[in-house]
Design a protein around this ligand. Structure first.
Ligand code: ACO
Length: 360
């Protein structure tokens, strides 16, 4: 057995392929590079759900209706729930949705992270939640529900690109958690709750907040190399770098870097912030190459996620929730694929504890 189940194959999937050697991600036959230029989040949902649910026509109106349906649960939010970190408050609200296995249950679960997160962020700020507009594309409505104003085209397309980029990624920790629960036939809400709990950890979906903390601490491009060197010497991991599967650059990092550059061009990102990020990235890559020569460590998806979500106005503590807004589509498709397989996931462990004393 290998610690962390590294290289262990635990599922067959038609959903996505993570090619760690060549830095390539394929989602149902489409490479990420093509997907981000040609698709909105709704298109990727149709791609992922095809064959797992009876899909008739465009998913956009049904997803809009699901946002409205889910919004009714926001009325049950109490102050203790608002006081929780957003990902925990969102998870608590999501747990109130019925378990189910049909398309209606799936779309409620896709809608839930967006509707609950934006409502909780407003409640935390002392503002009233804004009801969804079922007629809008998903990414546009997410930003409108958060700010109360219609976002620009560049903002909508940046969020869409992010949601598409993170929608599915092989058998990552949260997707595996979703599949384990699905194999018990517990239902989609239970699968998504398990996945969300796995996503929350800093080694998985909790990294982009700490990426910004790192940029703040590094302070200036000139100070960055010394700060990074001392962090690494203190045994810290540099957030936004390294990956279990990719041995080269994570292709999602470039997909998001492109969106960040477009946002910077429209004035939504301070050029000094982007320059600092690029300097930190270059210094970190140089340092990791020198200090960890045996382990190729490159930029992962979380590094430019941090800049993109910051520019769109999400607070750091909400970043994992936004990751869930995108990844939930992949969790649901994987849960359906696993449930249809029909076999319980039940691996073995090797007992290494003491044996009972045998009387002499
Ligand atoms: N900074 C410094 N050193 C690192 C980093 C990093 N970011 N990542 C790995 N290493 C080092 C480890 O210290 C270890 O070195 P050692 O052999 O000298 O002890 C070696 O690389 C191997 O590390 P593992 O923990 O075995 O790598 P693993 O594949 O388990 O970890 C992970 C992958 C968790 C992503 C890791 O690279 C990490 O902690 N990165 C920082 C957090 C992060 O960015 N997470 C987001 C990942 S992307 C996603 O989940 C969406």
């Amino acid at each position: 057995m290998k610690s962390g189940l590294e290289d262990v194959v635990a599922a067959e999937t038609v959903l996505s392929d993570v090619d760690g050697k060549n830095g390539r991600l394929i989602v149902r036959g489409v490479s990420l590079d093509d997907l981000v230029t040609s698709s909105r989040y709704e298109d990727v949902l149709e791609l992922l759900f095809d064959g797992f649910f009876p899909m008739r026509g465009s998913v956009q109106p049904a997803l809009g209706a699901a946002r409205q349906e889910v919004f009714a649960h926001v009325a049950q939010t109490d102050p203790a729930l608002v006081a929780l970190p957003p990902v925990e408050g969102m998870r608590a609200l999501l747990a109130r949705l019925d378990d189910g296995d049909d398309l209606a249950a799936a779309l409620r679960l896709v809608a839930a992270p967006s509707v609950f997160t934006t409502a909780l962020l407003r409640l935390k700020a002392g503002l009233s939640p804004i009801a969804p507009d079922a007629g809008l594309p998903h990414a546009a409505d997410v930003l409108r529900m958060m700010t109360g104003t219609m976002p620009s085209m560049q903002q909508v397309s940046a969020l869409d690109r992010y949601l598409v980029t993170v929608a599915d990624h092989g058998l990552n920790a949260s997707t595996f958690a979703a599949r384990v629960v699905a194999s018990t036939q517990a239902g989609l809400t239970s699968s998504v709750l398990a996945a969300l709990s796995a996503l929350k950890g800093p080694l998985h979906g909790g990294a982009p907040g700490p990426v910004l903390d790192m940029l703040d601490a590094a302070a200036t491009p000139a100070d960055a190399p010394a700060w990074l060197e001392s962090a690494l010497a203190n045994g810290e991991r540099l957030m936004g770098f390294g990956h279990r599967v990719y041995r080269v650059r994570d292709p999602r990092a470039d997909a998001l870097k492109g969106a960040v550059r477009v946002l910077a061009g429209s004035g939504a990102i301070d050029p000094a912030r982007l320059a600092l990020a690029e300097a930190v990235e270059a210094a970190a890559l140089d340092l990791l190459k020198r200090k960890k020569p045996d382990r190729p460590l490159d930029t992962n998806v979380e590094f430019y996620t941090a800049l993109l979500l910051e520019a769109l106005g999400f607070s750091r503590e909400a970043f994992t929730c936004v990751f869930a807004m995108g990844r939930v589509g992949g969790w649901i498709a994987h849960a359906r694929e696993q449930a249809l397989d029909g076999r319980l996931i039940r691996p073995m462990s090797v007992y290494v504890g003491p044996m009972p004393q045998v009387a002499a």
